[in-house]
Design a protein around this ligand. Sequence first.
Ligand code: ADQ
Length: 468
Amino acid sequence: MLITISNRLPVSVVRREQSLHFESSVGGLATGLAQYVKSEPSAWVGWPGIPLSRISDGERAGIRERLKQESCHPVFLTGYEVENFYYGFANRTIWPLFHYFPLHTTYNKTFWAVYEKVNAKFADAVAEILRPGDTVWVHDYHLLLLPEMIRRRRPEASIGFFLHIPFPSYELFRLLPWREEILRGLLGADLVGFHTESYGRHFLESVSAILGHETRPGKIRTGNRTVAVGAFPMGIDSKRFSSAGSLPRVRREVEKIEKRSLDRKIILSVDRLDYTKGIPQRIEAYDLFLERNPEWREKVTFILIAVPSRTAVPAYAQLKKSVDESIGRISGRFGTIGWVPIWYLYRALPFETLAAHYRAADVCLVTPLRDGMNLVAKEYLACRDEGDGVLVLSEMAGSAEELSGSILVNPNNTDEIAEAIKEALCLSPEEQVRRNGPMRRRIAGHTVVRWAGDFLRELSRSRKETKA
Ligand code: ADQ
């Protein structure tokens, strides 16, 4: 059996009025793994998204029973744990530090203590269902201690870990007061996977400098065990996006967008509202573009879609305010009676609406300051069934390694982004198709299902090698 463990279960429990509802998540990981494990037994361990204070003991048992029908095993968290583990250590310590934002990083002993405690809760939940022969796959920065905690409880288990965010260079990682504990936690796995080779190299460097372990490319020796390290760039469900154009609702939405934009060129960006995504710099670059290219005013519309995210963390609330203000400034400066330079949508969109925006957009601006991978870039290219469209992509996104046919930019260089916008709008359709061809083939061939298969095959191979 494959046991997947992530902070959130693919099913969330929400309370609306008096009753509880079960909503399935449509994230890349959930859909990708769901397809992968269709044919074999599997289980998922994670938090169901509702704090304990919001459910009664009876409801808790009911949730457990109901989730079991979907092979999901809940780890219940108190409000205090959510505050210190999720909003605290995961999102105010690891997230900023691993994305090269040391000034946003909080080092707080309570956050750390609760992080350890919650990881141990997850380990207990896994130990309860883990049987000999099972494979455990732990996901992401919320659960960095889990591989070792499971190893202690079940020394023979086959354990894989995948990090969805960057692993920073040693100079950043060494700032963490709990750097040794985090590395030891990860080394409980048989295979540690990253989106790119360079994140893997950073990890090996930290293990060697901080723990003094012997390392060679792709391998770490720890005690009597060998831990494999590899790059597994995550893909998307490319068929779902490439066939979206055949859905009547998507076609209707595309028409609506084009009609409302009066056939102006459309520039699109889509992200969670997160300070790592470079949204203020992107808006500033658009401002520069309009200032320097008056002939483009009223001929282009920038649709900026941002999903609310981690609003309880102060840095996110500040970002929201500054984005609102800078959008207001551009509209005041360049807007006319018949033209709004930026349309700002601050919400999550259903799949069909998102796909319609990808299909309607002439240019997609993906300019994170740091990003583990960035799936939006891949979704945009997969959606364009004529093969046209221009992707402007940050060099700091993991996906830049695979998507080198895009217009690559330094996300801190607003002059360069402004130039790239102009270049993108002027690129001939033939050139667009020529550039996108290899990238679209890569995306179609390296799907999320293939990613999961590659990782799990490598896990089982490295286990055999260690045992031999
Ligand atoms: P994220 O930081 O969330 O993921 P990304 O990879 O771009 O970043 O994934 C976002 C997902 O949310 C995409 O599938 C996108 O379609 C969806 N989405 C974004 N805005 C939306 C909106 N307004 N409405 C609906 N859906 C929206 C983390 C890491 C990334 C890494 C992924 C996967 O930060 O670097 O690529 O995990 O490993």
